[in-house]
Design a binder for this molecule. Structure first.
Ligand SMILES: O=C(O)COP(=O)(O)O
Ligand SMILES: [Mg+2]
Length: 233
């Protein structure tokens, strides 16, 4: 663990989690879906590492990046078509290879018992997000789920975080955003929400360089850190 925990709110009331690369390791299913899409256009598959580096800014950006990496940049209309096709393919692969990130289940359970309001704020479309969270039995503990298509501007804009906190009835300064990438960091800063980044996700840049309020080795570090802050309050 690094960074100064004093920058966290003394007694946060809500914890907002990013999905891909934070709560779930969805890259294998996303890569399989991207490669099915590319194969349909006679393009060679991308590696898992390549696809991981393309995740985090929504489905359309992922498709745009995948075709650019395949030396086949798309026109705007082609991108719309390919994105619709990707959404249809991915719908059939939401939980085939996807697994929870280490400690996700336990952390959510512990924070729920400790009385935090919990939410998921992701750039993944809402329906797919809900299905994945349902599959892992997490929806009962989540007070709010905001997908990328539930707001006009997805992360790194602050909209989805602010919508989630409005629904939970918690002020931004009394919440904590937990994510894996610069997108989560920037969205949290824009929303005025303190931010923790967890190692092992899909960040393209070293997360220690981003200036988060906290960097954790694992989600499992969170309950103890938050207990500590509460006791210090
Ligand atoms: O890019 C996506 O579709 C989702 O990514 P996120 O869950 O990390 O926001
Ligand atoms: Mg992420």
């Amino acid at each position: 663990m690094s960074a100064d925990t004093n920058k966290l709110p003394d007694a946060p009331r809500a914890i907002l989690f990013d999905l891909d690369g934070t709560l779930v390791d969805s890259a294998p299913d996303i890569a399989a879906s991207v490669n099915e899409l590319l194969a349909g256009r006679d393009l060679p598959p991308l590696s898992l590492a390549q696809v991981k580096s393309m995740i985090g800014n929504g489905l359309k950006k992922l498709v745009e990046r995948a075709f650019a990496a395949s030396q086949t940049p798309l026109t705007k209309a082609e991108l719309e078509d390919a994105s619709a096709e990707m959404a249809a393919i991915y719908r059939n692969h939401l939980t085939e290879l996807t697994e929870l990130m280490p400690g996700a289940q336990e952390t959510i359970a512990q924070l729920h018992v400790a009385g935090f309001a919990l939410g998921v704020v992701t750039n993944k479309p809402q329906v797919a997000t809900r299905q994945i969270l349902l599959h892992f039995g997490l929806t009962d503990r989540l007070g709010v789920i905001v997908g990328g298509d539930a707001v006009s501007h997805m992360k790194p804009a602050p909209d989805s975080l602010l919508l989630a906190l409005e629904r939970l009835g918690v002020e931004p300064a009394m919440a904590l955003m937990v994510g894996d990438s610069v997108t989560d960091f920037e969205a949290a800063r824009a929303a005025g929400v303190p931010v923790a980044l967890v190692r092992g996700g899909y960040s393209k840049v070293p997360i220690d360089d981003l200036g988060a309020d906290l960097v954790c080795e694992s989600l499992l570090d969170l309950p103890a850190i938050l207990r500590q802050r509460e006791n210090a309050a």
